[in-house]
Design a protein around this ligand. Structure first.
Ligand code: NI
Length: 388
């Protein structure tokens, strides 16, 4: 069974919604207009319940099947927020908001979930209920966590939950997924090294924090290479190195380092934190300086549960004729991880073809992916909640 005919018919409408959202990007929790657009469409589709304001500006809606003998409830999730990037695509529906852009395709995700909602509300060919989850603040604001903290899973009685992200490089209409860890956790650290500033020609009177910080940067590279089991995946990157020296003949008093640790193995989050703290503090101490480490935990590992991954892959195969169900995990992180911590479920990649990578000013969502994406959402529901 390929793309659903009704959804192929709706392709033009859904593309219009997508391009409207693309032209009007909003950031983090400030997605009021996007949420209002979602609510307007859902009202037109005559869904059974609409609740805005979950997780600040998220929207939750319910569609009941033609029967409900099982009490089963499936959650389908899309993200709504854009990025603080100046668009450079040159398309005629490009962002009209300076410095903001849908550079991660969340306009596509929201539109595809709306398309699936219209189809499911029209056909109701399922036994149970579907909860539509439109979340704010995926890009660093933990909007998924905020929705969970507002009781998303309990209030709507969700049993399993599914989400989707477009993937540049994967052909349009194709799907890729894997059981277990699919995307990495993302934690951040900031190390402030304090020594004693001074004249570059009198280093014996100073404690040179540039030298200390350099040793720390090099030693931090041993966290992954010497602490982590070589078959596990952990990345540590120091992204900034800022001294307070303003001249070539000044020894810096303080240096600030910022970095990130990504891993597909949850156990390494705590191990990496402990190692980063010890290396920073003890290295600084060895040079007579002081290091202060601030560790900020970010998104958890996105872990697909086994059974739900198989259901998601079967639905994708039904839509696309094939599915890659053993794709490699990748090291970016994803806020849907919080929902997968609360309920079994799966996250899948849908092909976005030969475009610039997500978060690039020339990235654009490919509207040709819409019928497949909508069909996958609908297919999951009809397969998991079959009408007897
Ligand atoms: Ni994204």
């Amino acid at each position: 069974m390929p793309v659903k005919n009704r959804l192929a018919e709706m392709h033009g409408d859904i593309t219009k919604w997508r391009r409207h959202l693309h032209a009007h990007p909003e950031l983090l929790y400030d997605v009021q207009e996007t949420a209002a657009f979602v609510v307007e469409r859902l009202k037109e589709f005559d869904v059974d319940e609409i609740t805005p304001g979950i997780g600040k500006t998220g929207v939750v809606a319910v569609i009941r099947g033609r029967q409900d003998t099982t009490g089963r409830v499936i959650g389908l999730r899309a993200d709504m927020d854009a990025l603080p990037i100046e668009e450079a695509t040159g398309v005629d529906y490009a962002s009209i908001v300076s410095g903001k852009m849908h550079a991660c395709g969340h306009d596509g995700h929201t539109s595809m979930l709306l398309g699936a909602a219209q189809y499911l509300a029209e056909t109701r060919n399922f036994d149970g209920s579907v909860v539509l989850i439109f979340q704010p603040a995926e890009e660093g604001g933990a909007g998924g966590l905020a929705m969970c903290q507002d009781g998303l899973m309990e209030r709507w009685g969700i049993h399993e939950v599914y989400g989707m992200h477009n993937m540049p490089g994967l052909p349009v209409g194709e799907f890729a997924i894997r059981p277990g860890a699919l995307l990495a956790s993302s934690d951040e650290f900031e190390i402030t090294i304090t020594g004693k500033g001074g004249h570059a020609a009198a280093p014996h009177d100073a404690v040179d924090t540039t030298l200390v910080a350099s040793h720390i940067v090099v030693a931090l590279q041993s966290v992954v290479s010497r602490t982590v089991d070589p078959i596990k995946r952990v990345v540590l990157t120091v992204g900034t190195f800022v001294t307070d020296s303003v001249a070539s003949n000044v020894i810096a008093h303080t240096v600030r380092l910022q970095g990130t640790v990504r891993t597909l193995d949850t156990e390494y989050r705590a191990i990496a934190e402990e190692r980063v703290r010890r290396i920073a503090e003890d290295t600084a101490s060895a040079f007579g300086a002081k290091a202060e480490v601030v560790w900020t935990p970010g998104y958890p590992v996105t872990v697909n549960s086994d059974a739900e991954t198989a259901y998601a892959a079967e639905a994708a195969e039904a839509v696309a004729g094939k599915v890659n169900d053993g794709t490699d995990p990748i090291m970016p992180s994803e806020d849907f991880a919080y929902m997968l911590e609360e309920r079994p479920g799966a996250y899948i990649f849908i092909g976005n073809g030969d475009t610039a990578m997500c978060h690039h000013p020339e990235y654009n969502f490919d509207d040709d992916a819409i019928p497949a994406g909508c069909s996958w959402f609908a297919e999951i529901v009809e397969r998991r909640l079959p009408v007897a």
